[in-house]
Design a protein around this ligand. Sequence first.
Ligand SMILES: *Cc1c(COP(=O)(O)O)cnc(C)c1O
Length: 381
Amino acid sequence: MSETRNIPFARPSIDDADRAAVLRVLDGHVLTHGPEGKAFEQEFGGFIGDGASCVTVSSCMAALHLACISLVEPGDEVIVPALTHVATAHAVEWIGARPVFVDCELATGNMAPSAVEAAVTERTSAILLVHFAGIPCDMTGILDIASRHDLKVIEDCALAVGTRFKGTHAGLLGDAGCFSFYPVKHLTTAEGGMFVSRHGDVAEAVARVRAFGVRRTGAGSARYDVPVLGLNYRMSELQAALGRSQLSRAEAFLEQRHRNFAALKRELEPVAGVRVLDVRTAEAVSSHYCLSVVLEGTLGERRDDVIERLKTAGIGTSVYYPQPVPRMEYYRRKYGWDPSAFPAACEVSDRSVALPVGPHVSADDACFMGRTLGRIVEEMS
Ligand SMILES: *Cc1c(COP(=O)(O)O)cnc(C)c1O
């Protein structure tokens, strides 16, 4: 009988300071529109770097929607990766623009600049990219395309707290960045997100649309006008307080992720037939959301069997992402599905397994996962 453990794919890391922060808000009288939200915006800006304007929002989906409302026009084409969370494409759909899907690279899961370039038409107005599992895109190539074709760049940073390219944090490389604080991400506010931008005016416009499109015209809440169409995508003070408390541990969380990723990757090096998705150059720093392995050859065809065997050993897994977005029913029906168009995204969706490396995983667990996957591969070959 092989050793078993109980390692869930993800578990939010909530401590006493987090609980106290939320209770302090409940003991006060300001549940939204208050100092916690403002402070969280300031502190998140401080964390990701100079020149960031931040806006708390109710989710990453909300941030993506607001980014598209502010930077894209209905009827435009927006280049999006096929291998992403459906939220990325939904944001484009909701404003009446058209997502143009691009395949990924097999080594990183990210869109290759050459593929982005090939998708540009005269109707393209933006690139909405995703840093796959926290691995930064090749931003040198993508920003060069954007500047030559005058395109906006929106970064889906849902898994990119800690992702850097040439020293700059994700979200500040393009025109806007959208972060998620859903429970399984790097930091959590239960539900929540952050819109960030290097452009103060873009963040200001987004902040207005986030709160009904209101513009204050005098002191107090009774005097305002509404110059633009808006929504309510606000984050509550309870969530912001939790977010601030989580953010104070962000560096420690990232260190644990880096350490676990390195230990697990080392353990997998001698295992034949598994390929780890990771950065390829020194200028790219991953946030190590998870460790995705693509199973090669016939092992890849038996991916679900591998997942079952890992589960039997007590190892929780996930798949990023379960389907290329253009293969999902809504998009298939609307735009058609050509199985030959996205071979790499299909390979990652259908033949990969994501293993946990979050702060709930010990260094010893990381080694155990590597050993166990090695044993399973051996048993199955
Ligand atoms: C999780 C995720 C989202 C959605 O985030 P929410 O905060 O749940 O809206 C969007 N994009 C990517 C890449 C994600 O992984």
